[in-house]
Design a protein around this ligand. Structure first.
Ligand SMILES: NC(=O)c1ccc[n+]([C@@H]2O[C@H](COP(=O)([O-])OP(=O)(O)OC[C@H]3O[C@@H](n4cnc5c(N)ncnc54)[C@H](O)[C@@H]3O)[C@@H](O)[C@H]2O)c1
Length: 237
């Protein structure tokens, strides 16, 4: 038997929210594996790391359609764009906006790029959260959207199977990026999370990247419709 094939060399990967902490770590990991990476984000990266960049608001139907028309070959689409607004998401307008970014944006990108992924028998990687499994009193829109990502991932996996496209998700644990900064800085919140977390520390975005690369590789060809917690054991505890 030959060694399992974990290669992503030669693949073209599009990462929404690719200017952010997790998206840019994914971009670096895929590039290190020989892939070509395009990042798309509502804002440019703070530091130019040499990736192709497209300005994109994932809430904008026309902008997503225009990007799909511009991009030729695509093997991997990762929906990493995200934001949360603590204590504001009980307001219906804010709730709707957060769901639009994380969940409707996920579907919007998937629908626009399905033909590209069908041509390459590619894959979609969605991003869940610990709030795919637990409630969040301060960010109900975020938690609803991230719980929805699990169901969307299963549903798109079934729908796209006829095109040979796999659809999976990663549910990151507690990662040191901008979106989680206020939680890290708030002592009461931080100590509650750390008390439950077997690793007892915030993780770096790079620690998620191997799972994304694996999911895009031939070695993962039988994995479809699942959400994988990459969380240092938080869900288990
Ligand atoms: N950091 C964590 O602890 C953690 C845990 C679980 C899940 N996540 C998820 O991981 C993903 C990446 O987050 P991150 O940790 O890298 O945070 P981040 O804040 O560093 O990155 C988020 C990126 O999304 C972009 N973005 C926001 N709204 C957008 C829009 N409308 N259109 C396009 N881009 C938009 C931002 O500009 C930013 O670059 C998000 O879905 C987040 O919910 C993060």
């Amino acid at each position: 038997m030959s060694a399992p094939d974990f290669s992503v060399a030669g693949q073209h990967v599009l990462i929404s929210g690719g200017a952010g902490g997790i998206g840019s770590a994914f971009a670096r990991a895929f590039r290190a594996g020989g892939a070509e990476v395009t990042i798309a984000d509502i804002r440019p990266p703070a530091e130019d790391q040499g990736f192709a960049f497209e300005t994109l608001d994932v809430r904008d139907d026309a902008a997503v359609t225009a990007l799909a028309a511009k991009i030729g070959t695509l093997h991997v689409l990762i929906h990493c764009a995200g934001r949360l607004i603590r204590n504001e998401e009980h307001k219906p307008d804010v709730f709707r906006d957060i769901v639009d970014i994380h969940l409707v944006g996920n579907l919007r990108l998937a629908t626009a790029f399905r033909p590209h992924l069908a041509r390459t028998k590619g894959c979609l990687i969605n991003i869940g959260s610990m709030y795919s499994y637990f409630g969040a009193a301060m960010i109900p829109g975020y938690a609803a959207a991230k719980t929805g990502v699990v169901g969307l991932t299963r549903s798109l996996a079934l729908a796209y199977a006829e095109d040979g496209i796999r659809v999976n998700a990663i549910a990151p644990g507690w990662i040191n990026t901008e979106i989680s900064r206020r939680g890290r800085e708030e002592e009461a919140f931080n100590s509650k999370v750390m008390a439950r977390l077997p690793t007892g520390r915030w993780s770096e975005p790079e620690e998620l990247a191997g799972t994304a690369v694996f999911l895009a590789s031939p070695a993962a060809r039988l994995i479809n419709g699942v959400t994988i917690p990459v969380d240092g054991g938080y869900v288990a505890s």
